[in-house]
Design a protein around this ligand. Sequence first.
Ligand code: PLP
Length: 398
Amino acid sequence: MPEPAIYLDNNATTPMVAEVIEAMEACARCQHANPASQHRPGREARNILESARDRIAELLGATVGSREADQLIFTSGATEANNLALCGLAGSPPGRVILSAIEHPSIWRVGEFLAQQGFEVQTLPVDCHGLVRLDRLEDLVDEQTRLVSVMYANHETGILQPIAEVAAICNRFGVPLHTDAVQAVGKLKIDFTSMGVDALTLSGHKFHGPGGIGGLLLRSGTQLQPMLRGGHQQGAMRPGTESVEPAVGMRVALESAIQKNLSGAHPLEAMRDSLEAKLCASLPDVIIHCRELDRAPHTCQISFLGADRQAVVMALDQAGIAVATGTACESGASEVSRTLLAMGCEPALLDTSIRLSVGSLNTMGEMDLAAQRIAAKIRHLREVNRRRRPIEAARRGV
Ligand code: PLP
């Protein structure tokens, strides 16, 4: 049996923690009914589901339990929640939709779809640090704008966007604002009410909860067109039988993540920073993107000049370290980071950049070991490239 890999791809997905598995198993053993059924087992399932819904919304700083309560719609994950937010808030064409240049494919590909439907889809550029250009937003947004979507924490660099300032601009024109907060939930304090957004996306498997469940948190009174047709579940906004165990798992995962990460020194940040410091000490010419800015505490986007990113991912895999070149949904493909591209990074940085992301099941010991192995592999790859260069030049007759 090979040793388990040091898993540094927690932005792609996280392993479920024990308390989540236990809570889901206990729930599955004690109930099996459809929460839409009228009989007692159905009503019991409904109570468990609604208490998970309220608790998650409450932990995210939403208003619960009153007439003005915000609404949490459970979905199959963030991709569905993002599709629902964009299509549901944009409504019918024509109209303008503004999306930041560094969004996840589950946003920008929906933007392509909306453009085909007849919307005017505008890209909000970012500056060289990856921060959205508020001056450009001021130019783009007007009363005719249907929707603005700007992510909270970027999945590739971790950079945090000034959501409150974006919201202030949108609010001036009465334009709904959506934020994809997938990489922030469970790692940073989320206060839905004070953020000023109208809709927020989350996904259970990104904070050690189960896969196959996520949510769209909607401000009270926000108008949304459903994407699916069917029963009356979730106010007919997202029909289909609601899954009780995954909702319970996501609730426990969020409680556990908040308790571990947000009640004192941040363990993920400590591990990420230690890994970065060790890599900088052994490889003085590494470039850590957005290091001096406000970043999600678990994410590191790093360029190892002179070492091709695909080769690095494969070499590290052989060395027992699981890392990614970027967005998990694009893995298999060898596209460069859209985020770095939008920031105007040079090809030499784009081609040598990988993402390291830590999670609650990592340890400080793993950071030491990972830094040693990464440094050794990078030195080796650079040496191989250095030797290969004159041979290739000779072949080309240079
Ligand atoms: N949004 C962001 C920022 C992500 O990082 C991801 C997953 O990588 C998604 C959306 C899609 O999440 P899901 O796998 O839950 O559909």
